[in-house]
Design a protein around this ligand. Structure first.
Ligand SMILES: *[C@@H]1O[C@H](CO)[C@@H](O)[C@H](O)[C@H]1NC(C)=O
Ligand SMILES: *[C@@H]1O[C@H](CO)[C@@H](O)[C@H](O)[C@H]1NC(C)=O
Ligand SMILES: *[C@@H]1O[C@H](CO)[C@@H](O)[C@H](O)[C@H]1NC(C)=O
Ligand SMILES: *[C@@H]1O[C@H](CO)[C@@H](O)[C@H](O)[C@H]1NC(C)=O
Ligand SMILES: *[C@@H]1O[C@H](CO)[C@@H](O)[C@H](O)[C@H]1NC(C)=O
Ligand SMILES: *[C@@H]1O[C@H](CO)[C@@H](O)[C@H](O)[C@H]1NC(C)=O
Length: 333
């Protein structure tokens, strides 16, 4: 490895290693090279690189691969994040602030004790919280089409990515990787999809909306009986995406709010047609047509006349009922 040669060259220049040592001297009886446990640090945090001496030290240096960071108390690197923390009989410690992924790697402390040179290496592992970098934007599709959702994320270690569908009833896991593929999407598949990218550091969660367009379906209209001069209310309900427009017809003639004695109110998926004070001409066949850009649907309902019982017919009715009850009571003895 060429960086090892460079390190050894530096050490010689700094008089830490005796010049006589061969380049392949690692593990040689003249020097003492040890590997410390990995140091795990999160991106943005501060890491301390501590090198302990058993014996009094004549010279010491901390290196990042082939570059000297500190030689004794002399700072060799221009990186402002690196500073000396302690240099004394027991330890030689430097600190690196605001650690980034490029700092990941091996660091070596080389010391020359009275007896022999010694190097201690440590691997700094920089962890990065997951970040979703590419998530499918909110999308609108037509029912029946195929949909692919993508969610990709950065992080270290490599985050695992999962998808859930946040249906009104439950949160359903639908994918264990970056992709979700929905073949022949239905209106039931419309809603919020949530992507989670997680690793041992943390998790990033983001959502995307899927809107599924479909043509209107209209509920069957109900025929109603109304007495002359009374009010008739006709209801029409349509399910659709996007929301439907409503049109009302009597037989083949379009009816609108401009017509005297008529009111049309549209709210969401409902349209309400009110016929105030119905006349003979008001009876007949009403059709509600619902339309969106994908299609239309209609339903018809008949408004028919009923004879409103007048107060005199009502009186006759109740006398007749009373008389019947009297007869029944009489004959049940
Ligand atoms: C230290 O980190 C390196 C790089 O991530 C890895 O290859 C090695 O297995 C780790 N060693 C230990 C002891 O964890
Ligand atoms: C360590 O070396 C790498 C590669 O040259 C460099 O990108 C990084 O900034 C260095 N880190 C420090 C703390 O010197
Ligand atoms: C996606 O849709 C949601 C809900 O309709 C909305 O709150 C959000 O702002 C939308 N995002 C984008 C990027 O359009
Ligand atoms: C209902 O209409 C009839 C005939 O057009 C009219 O004579 C009557 O005054 C109306 N009643 C009301 C309450 O508007
Ligand atoms: C009412 O009108 C619609 C549309 O014109 C028609 O399809 C339907 O058969 C009519 N209903 C009756 C009972 O005449
Ligand atoms: C109502 O729907 C039928 C088919 O369902 C269609 O034939 C008819 O033309 C529609 N009527 C109107 C007024 O849109």
């Amino acid at each position: 490895m060429s960086w090892k040669r460079t390190v050894i060259l530096w050490l010689r220049l700094l008089f830490i290693l005796p010049t006589g040592l061969p380049v392949h001297s690692q593990g040689d009886s003249h020097s003492d090279n040890t590997m410390m446990d990995n140091i795990t640090v999160r991106q943005g945090e501060t890491v301390f690189l501590r090198c302990l001496h058993r014996n009094a030290v004549t010279r010491a240096a901390w290196m990042n691969r082939t570059n000297i960071l500190f030689a004794g108390e002399d700072k060799w690197t221009v990186d402002p994040r690196v500073s000396l923390q302690a240099l004394n009989e027991e330890e030689f410690t430097i600190k690196i602030e605001n650690v980034d992924t490029t700092d990941d790697g091996q660091y070596t402390c080389a010391v020359r004790t009275r007896t022999r040179p010694r190097t201690t290496s440590v691997h700094v592992v920089v962890l990065v919280p997951p970040k979703i970098i590419n998530l499918e934007k909110n999308i609108t599709v037509n029912e029946g089409s195929n949909v692919a959702l993508l969610c990709s994320a950065n992080g270290k270690p490599e985050p695992t990515v999962t998808w859930r569908f946040m249906s009104p009833a439950a949160q359903i896991a639908i994918s264990e990787d970056e992709y979700v593929e929905i073949l022949a999407i239905t209106r039931q598949n419309a809603g919020t999809y949530e992507c989670t990218a997680s690793n041992e550091v943390s998790a990033d969660v983001q959502t995307t909306e899927v809107i599924v367009n479909y043509p209107p379906t209209v509920s069957e209209g109900k025929d109603i009986g109304v007495a002359l001069g009374q009010r008739a209310i006709l209801l029409c309900q349509a399910e659709s995406e996007p929301a439907a427009e409503f049109e009302w017809y009597k037989e083949d003639k379009r009816i609108t709010n401009e017509i005297e004695g008529i009111e049309i109110e549209n709210t969401g998926e409902f349209s309400k047609l009110t016929l105030f004070n119905i006349s003979e001409a008001g009876y007949g066949n009403y059709t509600c047509v619902t339309i969106n850009k994908l299609g239309s649907a209609n339903t018809s309902m008949i408004v028919y006349e009923v004879i409103q019982p007048t107060s005199s017919t009502l009186l006759q009715d109740s006398i007749w009922r009373l008389f019947n009850r009297f007869l029944y009571a009489l004959f049940s003895f």
